[in-house]
Write a protein that binds this ligand. Structure first.
Ligand code: AMP
Length: 232
C-alpha cells in the first residue's frame, strides 16, 4: 500500500517545512505541488504552456481536466510508486473525486487530508513579515526580529506602498524576501483564494472521515509532533 496524503493550509502555515518532515517519515514520497508544476511550465514557449501562464497570472484556476491529467502524469513517474504528498491539489470537488477514483482503481486510498489551521491575520503577518538570510536563517518583523534592522523604503514616485528592507544589524547582510511575499495585495488575494478553494473540500473529506486538523499557530516542533501523532 502506498501512502497518499493531502496537505492543506494557508500560506504561512508551514506546509513547506512540515512537508519535509512528513516525506522523511514516509519513505521520501514526492511532494507534488500543482502550483509548482504549473509554474515550471514558465520556460516553455508552446501555446499550451502559454495558456497556462495566462491563467496563473489571472489568479483563476486551471481546468479540472488539465490539472488531473498533469497529476496523473506526475503520479506515473517512478518516484511516486510508494505514494505522494499533495499540496494545492485537489482544489475542487471534481478533482477530489477524480483522485479518489484514480487511487481506488490502483487499490490505493488517501491516508488523510491534513489541514494546517492558522488564523488568516497570522497567516498574513507570517508571510508579509518573513525574510531569509543566505545561510537559510529566517526572521520575521512581527515575531522574530531581534538583531535585524528594518527599513521602510518609499517608492520613488510613491506609486506603490513602501517596501520593507531588512539587514542583519551586526554584519550589514541584506536579507531576502520572496517576491510573492512582498506585496500585501497579492498575499490577501492568495488568502482569499485559499478560503474560497478549500472551504468546499472540508465537508467532502470530513464526510469520509479523512479530515485531520492541526493547530499551525504552535511552534514548528509542536506542529511536527502533532502531525506524527495523527499519522501514527
Ligand atoms: P499555488 O502555488 O498552489 O497557489 O497555485 C498557483 C496557481 O496555479 C493557482 O492560482 C492556479 O491558477 C493554479 N493551480 C494550482 N493548483 C491548482 C489546482 N489544483 N487546480 C486548478 N488550478 C491550480
Amino acid at each position: 500500500m502506498g501512502f497518499y496524503l493531502i496537505l492543506m493550509g494557508p500560506q504561512g502555515a508551514g506546509k513547506g517545512v512540515q512537508a519535509g518532515f512528513i516525506r522523511q517519515d514516509h519513505g521520501n514520497i514526492p511532494h507534488i505541488s500543482t502550483g509548482d508544476l504549473f509554474r515550471a511550465m514558465k520556460t516553455r514557449t508552446d501555446a499550451f504552456a502559454q495558456e497556462i501562464q495566462a491563467i496563473l497570472a489571472s489568479g483563476k484556476l486551471v481546468s479540472d481536466e488539465i490539472t488531473c491529467k498533469m497529476v496523473e502524469e506526475r503520479l506515473a513517474q517512478p518516484d511516486a510508486h510508494a505514494g505522494a504528498l499533495f499540496d494545492g491539489f485537489p482544489r475542487t470537488i471534481p478533482q477530489a473525486e477524480w483522485l479518489e477514483k484514480y487511487l481506488s482503481a490502483k487499490g490505493e486510498k488517501i491516508a488523510a487530508a491534513l489541514l494546517l489551521e492558522l488564523d488568516l491575520y497570522d497567516a498574513f503577518r507570517r508571510t508579509f513579515g518573513r525574510v531569509t538570510g543566505a545561510d537559510g536563517s529566517s526572521y520575521n518583523i512581527y515575531s522574530n526580529s531581534e538583531g535585524i534592522t528594518w527599513n521602510w523604503v518609499d517608492h520613488e514616485s510613491k506609486a506603490f506602498p513602501p517596501r520593507l528592507e531588512a539587514t542583519v544589524t551586526a554584519t550589514g547582510e541584506k536579507l531576502a524576501r520572496r517576491a510573492d511575499d512582498a506585496s500585501a495585495d497579492a498575499i490577501i488575494k492568495r488568502l482569499d483564494a485559499f478560503q474560497r478553494d478549500t472551504a468546499p473540500l472540508l465537508p467532502y473529506y470530513e464526510q469520509r472521515n479523512l479530515l485531520r486538523r492541526v493547530d499551525a499557530a504552535q511552534s514548528i516542533e509542536a506542529v511536527t509532533a502533532a502531525i506524527r501523532k495523527i499519522l501514527g
